[in-house]
Ligand binder design. Structure first.
Ligand SMILES: *[C@@H]1O[C@H](CO)[C@@H](O)[C@H](O)[C@H]1NC(C)=O
Ligand SMILES: *[C@@H]1O[C@H](CO)[C@@H](O)[C@H](O)[C@H]1NC(C)=O
Ligand SMILES: *[C@@H]1O[C@H](CO)[C@@H](O)[C@H](O)[C@H]1NC(C)=O
Ligand SMILES: *[C@@H]1O[C@H](CO)[C@@H](O)[C@H](O)[C@H]1NC(C)=O
Ligand SMILES: *[C@@H]1O[C@H](CO)[C@@H](O)[C@H](O)[C@H]1NC(C)=O
Length: 676
């Protein structure tokens, strides 16, 4: 660090002077986009100014005339982003390690903010500056105090681009001690009195409560600390609303753009994630976006909506290295007279598309981030064979097909250490997975409308420039006989089932769209309101599952903070029963949390159930307002003598009732007759 810093120090002094002069010019003019006089002589007006770098003892400043980024030296904490009239879009009053920072939650839920010890200039041209903040983990000094990781945090500012790119290379050496790393992310704490309007999708955009509104004096904590009822918010219009950061979660595949707007300045702050190759758990893993603070997160690793079933444990002797990011922190501004919120959001979406176009970025300098020509392509076509549905092969339309670390068919859901690359098939089932990093993978897929997970029994090794055509692949979903009846749609969610209206005293009004209805607070309690004295009964051919199959199998609240396990019934009629035939109950679950499903046929009182999942799941999906967590499929064999001609009943008991959130979400249930 010393060498680099000294060399840059001289240059730094000179540049500080230029900057001060520039500041004076800016102050004396009305335009914030004034180009330094020096530049005007050299270049046409339309050319944006060159990127400047200043390194002093305590900070590193990168300035491209559009944004001025300040990073603490040598910790690598982002402490300032100056943009337009905003001196700092980050919260000035916070400590330097609490404005824009990486953190890892490791053993015993301790946070490590990955403070670096050295700074190094990687690239410095007129067009781009890349700076690296590093730290090597050492047993003698770091053991017990900091997460066993070598850290390299990178910042890039480009000429003419209003924002900064951030990525990080995290590494474990073989001799590092074992550790859990439950969460890895970047957090941004924005200027509290400015950023009040949050946008996480086309429809979820709203004025948010303030951090203060969540204080005891202004709100009431609900069933857990993350959820509060705003009783006396600073903005009286928000009185009576629920606030909970988990209501703004979304799936990895959709978690590409979110952020905040300062209404005073008509300025937007956005986190743009053009690829989710470095996130864990596959395309459907859900995670946080932005929430009250104002906070904006770039989540890379977490146990949200999966629990610790996702792989976050690193053994001693397990070497590992991974690049997280780059993500792009984008700033934009609009004329305050316009419909500026819409202008800013639309412009941020346009920028997202531009970043996706440019992915993988070609301007990063880390050898660990392969550029386009160093990546590969895997393509093919996926068909489905299920003769009980169609004599012909079926095209796997809009199927999710992906590459992830080698494992069993469903392993990508809980895969937490490698890279994953997913795409969706076209109408003919064709897929092309592009921009794949070199490495060893298995190919996995799941198809809307079919149960189970496909895995190609082949290890796929990607080398730079590879294009692999796998030809036609055929998926045989689990199937043992014809469908006698089915409930739901095999799509890995409970979204098609009955999602009740929230209790009117616990509403978040932005979640009014049907597709967000499951994100409302307290829906689990509505089960006990609707089914006060007896449990859900579903009659095949009569009941409509979208109206009457409650989306979550929860315990019944029996008052005074007690719950009881519940038993749901499926009634159906069998004209014929083959006493010696082998039937199958396909039971697909969309989520499970400290729960169990016991299955009994026709007699609810037998002590030993025909089948039990045993206690499963830690995804906490009901409390986190998810419509799915981890997918599970049970193919339960049932001998014909369990059935009777005429009326039959299946009893599904969820006996676990330590809390309101012991629950499963069903995805799909199907009874199959004997093979014909
Ligand atoms: C990098 O990518 C951009 C956008 O695709 C392109 O315009 C530029 O020529 C590329 N630069 C290099 C050095 O490949
Ligand atoms: C595929 O890779 C896995 C994990 O690296 C390995 O255990 C397995 O033996 C490989 N299978 C084949 C067929 O090479
Ligand atoms: C089931 O209910 C939904 C929602 O009310 C409705 O759209 C659908 O048409 C119903 N299906 C049948 C078969 O009645
Ligand atoms: C409420 O709790 C008390 C004390 O544990 C118990 O005696 C009573 O039966 C409970 N009430 C209900 C409705 O379960
Ligand atoms: C009943 O099932 C058995 C075993 O699968 C099969 O051999 C037999 O043909 C079936 N009987 C009828 C009447 O379908």
């Amino acid at each position: 660090m010393e060498k680099v810093a000294n060399r840059s120090h001289m240059r730094g002094l000179a540049l500080w002077l230029i900057m001060i002069i520039k500041l004076l010019i800016v102050l004396s003019a009305c335009s914030a986009e004034l180009i330094p006089a020096r530049k005007l002589l050299k270049e046409a007006d339309s050319n944006p100014p060159e990127v400047q770098l200043l390194i002093s003892d305590h900070r590193v400043v990168i300035d491209n005339g559009l944004v001025q980024v300040t990073i603490e030296n040598p910790s690598g904490h982002l402490t300032g982003i100056k943009y337009k009239g905003m001196h700092n879009v980050l919260e000035r009053r916070n400590e330097n390690d609490n404005k824009g920072y990486w953190d890892v939650v490791w053993n015993d839920n301790v946070y490590d903010k990955l403070a670096a010890k050295h700074v190094k200039v990687i690239t410095q041209t007129d067009d781009l500056v890349e700076v690296s903040f590093t730290k090597k983990w050492k047993f003698a000094t770091d053991h017990r105090y900091s997460v066993p990781l070598n850290v390299d945090k990178r910042f890039i500012v480009r000429r003419g681009v209003p924002g900064l790119y951030m990525y990080s290379i995290l590494e474990r050496q073989e001799d590092f001690p074992e550790a859990y790393m439950f969460q890895i992310r970047i957090a941004f704490k924005l200027k509290e009195d400015k950023f009040r309007f949050m946008a996480t999708s086309d429809t979820i955009q709203r004025i948010m409560p303030t951090a203060e509104d969540r204080d005891d004096s202004r709100s009431q904590v609900l069933a857990y600390k993350e959820a509060v009822l705003l009783t006396n918010p600073t903005n009286p219009e928000l009185r009576g609303q629920v606030d909970d950061k988990y209501q703004y979660s979304c799936e990895n595949k959709d978690n590409k753009l979110h952020g905040w707007i300062s209404d005073d300045d008509a300025v937007g702050f956005w986190i743009i994630t053009p690829s989710d190759e470095f996130r864990t758990g596959g395309p459907h893993k859900q995670d946080l976006t932005s929430h009250v603070g104002p906070t904006a997160l770039s989540m890379f690793v977490s146990t949200h909506y999966t629990g610790t079933e996702i792989d976050v444990f690193y053994k001693e002797g397990e070497a590992w290295k991974k690049v997280f990011g780059p993500v792009f922190i984008y700033l934009n501004s609009a004329s305050p007279d316009d419909d500026y919120r819409k202008t800013l959001w639309d412009d941020a979406k346009r920028q997202l598309n531009e970043e996706i176009e440019n992915w993988p970025y070609n301007f990063t300098q880390s050898d660990d981030f392969p550029h386009a020509e160093e990546r590969g392509v895997v393509e093919g076509q996926l068909l489905v064979r299920d003769r009980y549905m169609d004599k012909e092969l079926m095209q796997a339309q809009s199927a999710f097909v992906g590459l992830a670390a080698p494992g069993y068919a469903g392993s990508w859901q809980t895969e937490g250490k490698g890279y994953q690359f997913w795409t969706q098939t076209d109408k003919a089932g064709r897929f092309s997975i592009k921009k794949v990093r070199p490495g060893e993978y298995n190919l996995y897929a799941w198809v809307h409308g079919f149960i189970g997970t496909y895995k190609l029994d082949l290890n796929i090794t990607i080398e730079p420039g590879n294009k692999i055509n796998l030809g036609t692949l055929i998926y045989d979903p689990p199937r043992n006989g014809p469908t006698l009846w089915a409930i739901g749609i095999p799509d890995r969610t409970a979204a098609e089932f009955f999602v009740p209206e929230p209790d009117p005293t616990f509403v978040n009004p932005i979640l009014n769209d049907d597709e967000d209805a499951f994100k409302q607070y307290g829906l689990w309690d509505r089960y006990s309101d609707i089914y006060r004295h007896s449990d859900l009964v579903y009659t095949v051919g009569v009941t409509n599952y979208s109206r009457d199959w409650f989306f979550a199998h929860v315990p019944r609240n029996i008052g005074n903070a007690s719950n009881w396990g519940t038993t749901w019934q499926i009634k159906y009629n069998l004209q014929d029963v083959n006493e010696t035939g082998r039937y199958t109950l396909q039971l697909a679950l969309a989520a499970a949390s400290y729960a169990e499903v016991q299955v009994r046929f026709n007699n609810p009182d037998v002590i030993q159930p025909h089948f039990t999942t045993t206690r499963i799941g830690y995804d906490n999906v009901v409390a986190r307002h998810g419509i799915h967590g981890l997918y599970r499929l049970y193919s339960i064999k049932v001998p014909g003598n369990r059935f009777q001609k005429g009326d039959n009943t299946i009893f599904l008991t969820q006996p676990r009732s330590q809390g309101s959130f012991n629950a499963v979400l069903y995805d799909y249930i199907r009874l199959e007759g004997p093979a014909v």
